[in-house]
Design a protein around this ligand. Structure first.
Ligand code: FMN
Length: 223
């Protein structure tokens, strides 16, 4: 499965089967996480077989999820770019998981923080988790804003690579499907801007990764 296929097939999945992750899949996810953490200084961690964070019996707030036993923590140092960095690199993990036949969901709010199952340094923040496992379903296609609401160009007919980038950005998960971002083409530079609101910077990191896959990084520079 290519990354573009993974982008098209991925939907948020909130209901999971009681089927554990195979050791080789755990190993592959941990290897990717190690690479990303080493490269970026972020502190993603895979937590397996931990049902408490999404235990629906405790409060209705967690009711939208079922069967969650594995998740990846969104942790990193308290820097100005933390949200965007977690978004960008977290989506790398999400799309790889999709290619491995697993399902995921970004979760900023509707989970419980369980102490002792992950490491959190004094200079670090936990901003959410990504659930991971075998979905009871593959999720559903959802509505998206049209390209002209999410992008602008300084030419009447934008290049194909820009259109392909925007198409992939439209399929990026954003908190409550808010899609509060704008991609602007000026020459061969693309400016990505987040709107105001919760998690819009994390969304922007996710959107930028999708845009790069669709557009091809050789075709443009980020402004
Ligand atoms: C940063 C971020 C935070 C999110 N937080 C939650 C959450 O707390 N609870 C939840 O059920 N879904 C959450 N989601 C999932 C979004 O609702 C979902 O991605 C969006 O509706 C688009 O649907 P799709 O992922 O199927 O394309 C979050 C998504 C993102 C990107």
């Amino acid at each position: 499965m290519t990354l573009i296929e993974a982008i098209k097939e991925r939907h948020s999945v909130r209901n999971y089967l009681d089927k554990p992750l195979e050791p080789e899949k755990i190993e592959a996810i941990e290897k990717l996480i190690d690479e990303i953490n080493t490269e970026t200084g972020l502190h993603f961690q895979l937590v397996t077989d931990e049902p408490e964070a999404f235990d629906a019996s405790r409060t209705a707030r967690y009711g939208a999820f079922s069967g969650v036993r594995n998740y990846i923590t969104l942790i990193g140092p308290k820097t100005k770019t933390l949200e965007q960095d977690l978004g960008y690199h977290g989506e790398r993990i999400v799309l790889e998981a999709q290619r491995m036949g697993l399902n995921t969901c970004w979760v900023g709010l509707t989970y419980r923080k369980i102490l002792g199952v992950y490491e959190l340094g004094d200079d670090e923040k936990l901003l959410g988790v990504i659930t991971i496992g075998y979905g009871a379903d593959q999720g559903e296609r959802r509505k998206t804003r049209p390209p002209h609401c999410l992008s602008k160009a300084d030419v009447e007919e934008p290049p194909k690579w820009f259109k392909r980038g925007v198409e992939c950005a439209m399929l990026a998960p954003t908190a409550v499907n808010q899609q509060k971002f704008m991609l602007t083409l000026e020459g061969d530079t693309v400016y990505a801007k987040a709107g105001k609101g919760f998690f819009t910077k994390m969304d922007l990191g996710i959107v930028k990764y999708h845009f790069e896959i669709g557009a091809g990084t050789e075709n443009f520079m980020w402004g």
